[in-house]
Each structure stands twice: as structure tokens, then as C-alpha cells.
Design a protein around this ligand. Structure first.
Ligand code: UD1
Length: 415
């Protein structure tokens, strides 16, 4: 039962509510480690990455309670337990615990983190930044130990923008002695959410949403309650589904202010978007006879996490197009699977060239989270029945993709 069976060729019609953001929840849950007392996190999505993060927090001695999408974390009694290596192994965000744990306990040993197979995803910059902040790190092939008697603020001049490094540096800096400057800082909405949560808890952070963050360390943080914003990538995925299968869908709570680049490209590629007070109404599939080009980048540019769903839109468009991937070096893993469904795509270096084609049903394999969701979308628009295997990758980031797409009128089931 680790697959989805999709009956293609049906126009969409319906509405769904967009879940809380995965990429905001994970660092915010890690941030609760910095705070003695009980934090309440609302709208935390029920996805396997959050489950693994909560499991990691429990294994560290935190008391975790969950009532639907409300999560309470009490970190008063942190223990010295090892983190479960199966959770660290599957989820790259476990690296997020490093800065926060160092601030609380002064010493952390952990295995190298996992995550989606979308490139080498090294952690060199994470470790380099921590070293600058007074952390001594010893590494071997499988794990590393980091230790700091006292965390010290530092000027972090990073060679390029990284979401995870920015988040880890923030988490390390909020309780460090003195001032930390992060430049260039990532500007993703999820970083802004992390800063907002920490500010609610008493942290001193300036420049949130800009490419330069200044953090003045404080002596302690206080329990806070915070609501996770809606997931811009999940909203973009269901928007893409409507563009591929056609029809009209309402995406309640879609975080439109954080989706500008995606919505702009969607309209250029033939979607109609009506903005309403509580969401967006998307009308799909009026493909324009132009050749589309797309390049991924750091926020506010077009997100790499939306690249695979837009590849499917391009494959189904009248003229095809090309996509340049500038963030991860190995993010075209769905290309052979899409070709099995009849797509005509070739990859040269970091650019995929997509010809217009008709898709047909096939058995295809998800190899990572967003690529897996994109295969389900392709199957909605394909003629005949498809099976997407390795559903567990999709479950890392989507609460219930089968239910949500059924709410949007699609025909699919667990298999
Ligand atoms: C985060 C998101 C992910 C998104 C990505 C880019 C989470 C949980 N994940 O991933 O969904 O696709 O941002 O928007 O929020 N790099 C190094 N050395 C390092 C760290 C990163 O070379 O120490 C490289 C990576 O290999 C990659 C680039 O930096 O090529 C950007 O990665 P980064 O922004 O760090 O992505 P993540 O935080 O892993």
C-alpha cells in the first residue's frame, strides 16, 4: 500500500483547504528547544516529516502533545539521549536541531542528515558557520560531534544563499553572546515565519525578509504560541494539477502573498486566477501557443520546489519549453518517469528541454517528494490509468494528497 492509482483524463472541479507549511513547521519545532516551558504551534501539518521531527524532539526528552494540527512541546527536561538514526537519516531538517541543541546543551553528536535525493546537499556551510560562532566540531565518515562552552555572535559572510544555513545560524545566534550578522540571508517566507515565532518568544532579530539579518543574543526566551502559515508549495501543486487536468478549483487559504512568482508564471502559461478574501479560484488549461522558459532561484524567484509540477504543465502545453535548475544539481529525476508516460524531455547540464506531448497512463516511481507529487499530477492529465509507487516520499510533505485531489474532483485511490 505504498502507491497511488490515478484514473486520468478527468477535469477538476471542487475546493480544498491548504495545509500548514512543512518548511515553516520544521525549523519552528526545532526552535522550541531554545525555550524552557511549553510552546503551542498551531496549524502544524500532519505529514511524515513533522512526525519524524516530533519523534526526534521526544527522543531528546521533550514532552510532545498533539491534538490534530495543534502541537504542544515542553522542553523543560531535556535528556542526553541519542537521536533515533532512522529519523535523522530520512530528514535533512534534523540538521536544524544542531544550532538549537548546542544553545541548550552545549554538545551534540549526530549522524549526517538525509532528505530528498535532489543533489549532494552537503552540510559544509552549516558547520563552517557554527565554527565561526565558537563551536568545535569533530567529524568522521558517518557522524560528527559539535561542542561549545559558549556560543558567540559572529559576522557570517556566506558564499551563497542557503535556506537551511540561514535558519540554523538564526537558531544558534538568538541565545549566543553578542551580535550575529547573516549575509546574504535567505528571504524565504519560512525564514520570516521562524523569525516571527522567535520574536514572539523574545528574540531580537532585525531585517527579517531582507538579505541581511542582525541578531542580538538574549539571555532567555519565553514560551510562545504561533500559527504556521499555509504551505505555498502545496498550494502551487494543486494549482498545477488544475492547469494540467483542466477545470476550476478553489484553494482556500492559499498564501498568495508568498506565491507571486508562481502565480505570475501560471497566468503567463494560461491559467486564470481570481483572488478572493479566503483563497484563490484557479481556472486551468487555456494553453497559450508560446514556448515557455523558466529558471529556478532563491525567493522571491521561482521556487525549485515547484519546478517538477511546472515541467508537467510545460509538457502538456502547445509549444513545450525549457527549465533551468539553479539551486539543486540533481533535480530532474522525474524526467525518465515522465518519458514513460509519453513525455519528450531531454536534459543538458542544468537545463531540461520539454517538447509538447500527450501523456498516457503508466506505472511510475516517485524518487523524491515534489517529483512524486508532480507524477500524480501528470497522471491526472494522462489518458488511462497510472500507478505512482513510493508514495511515502509524497507523504513527507502532503497531508493526504489522495483526499485533497478527490476534493478537487480527481479520481484516484491508494494502491
Ligand atoms: C530548503 C527546503 C527545500 C528547498 C530548498 C531551496 C526545508 C526543510 N527545505 O532546503 O524544500 O527546496 O530550501 O529552496 O526548508 N548547500 C551547500 N552546503 C551547505 C548547505 C547547502 O552546498 O552546507 C547547497 C545545497 O546543496 C543546495 C543549495 O546550497 O545546492 C541550497 O540549499 P539550501 O537552501 O540549503 O536548501 P535546504 O535548506 O536543504
Amino acid at each position: 500500500m505504498d502507491a497511488v492509482r490515478i484514473y486520468g483524463g478527468k477535469c477538476l472541479e471542487g475546493q480544498t483547504t491548504i495545509q500548514g507549511s512543512k518548511n515553516a513547521s520544521l525549523p519552528i519545532l526545532a526552535a522550541t528547544l531554545l525555550i524552557e516551558g511549553t510552546c503551542e504551534i498551531e496549524n502544524c501539518p500532519e505529514i511524515s516529516d513533522v512526525y519524524h521531527m516530533l519523534r526526534l524532539l521526544k527522543s531528546l526528552g521533550c514532552k510532545v502533545e498533539r491534538e490534530g494540527t495543534l502541537v504542544r512541546v515542553n522542553t523543560e527536561k531535556l535528556s542526553e539521549c541519542d537521536m533515533p538514526s532512522d529519523s535523522v537519516g530520512v530528514m535533512r531538517s534534523s540538521i536544524m536541531l544542531l544550532g538549537a541543541l548546542l544553545a541548550r546543551t552545549g554538545r551534540v553528536c549526530m549522524e549526517y542528515p538525509g532528505g530528498c535525493v535532489i543533489g549532494q546537499r552537503p552540510i559544509n556551510l552549516h558547520l563552517q558557520s557554527l565554527r565561526k560562532m565558537g563551536v568545535v566540531i569533530e567529524e568522521n565518515e558517518t557522524e560528527f560531534c559539535a561542542e561549545a562552552a559558549k556560543l558567540k555572535g559572529a559576522v557570517l559572510n556566506l558564499p551563497f544563499v542557503s535556506v537551511g544555513v540561514t535558519e540554523n545560524a538564526i537558531l544558534t545566534a538568538v541565545l549566543a553572546e553578542g551580535e550575529t550578522i547573516i549575509k546574504p540571508a535567505a528571504r524565504e517566507p519560512e525564514i520570516q515565519a521562524l523569525c516571527e515565532f522567535l520574536q514572539c518568544a523574545g528574540a531580537k532579530i532585525e531585517g527579517s525578509g531582507s538579505d541581511c539579518l542582525t541578531i542580538r543574543g538574549v539571555n532567555r526566551l519565553y514560551p510562545a504560541r504561533y500559527r504556521i502559515p499555509a504551505d505555498r508549495i502545496v498550494a502551487g501543486t494543486y494549482l498545477s494539477a488544475c492547469m494540467c487536468a483542466g477545470g476550476r478549483v478553489f484553494l482556500r487559504d492559499a498564501p498568495v502573498h508568498h506565491m507571486e512568482s508562481v502565480l505570475t508564471r501560471a497566468v503567463e502559461m494560461g491559467a486564470a486566477i481570481d483572488y478572493e478574501a479566503d483563497g484563490i479560484l484557479v481556472t486551468g488549461r487555456d494553453h497559450r501557443a508560446v514556448c515557455h522558459t523558466l529558471s529556478t532561484g532563491c525567493y522571491p524567484a521561482f521556487p525549485t520546489d515547484m519546478q517538477s509540477p511546472f515541467m508537467v504543465i510545460m509538457a502538456l502545453s502547445d509549444q513545450g519549453g525549457s527549465i533551468e535548475e539553479t539551486v539543486f544539481e540533481n533535480r530532474f529525476r522525474i524526467v525518465p518517469e515522465l518519458c514513460r508516460m509519453g513525455a519528450d524531455i531531454t536534459v543538458h547540464g542544468n537545463t531540461a528541454y520539454i517538447s509538447s506531448s500527450k501523456l498516457h497512463g503508466a506505472i511510475v516511481q516517485a524518487e523524491e517528494l515534489r517529483g512524486g507529487a508532480a507524477l500524480v499530477i501528470a497522471a491526472l492529465a494522462a489518458e488511462g490509468t497510472s500507478i505512482v509507487t513510493n508514495r511515502h516520499y509524497i507523504d513527507r510533505g502532503y497531508e493526504d494528497i489522495v483526499l485533497s485531489l478527490r476534493q478537487l474532483g480527481a479520481s484516484l485511490e491508494l494502491a
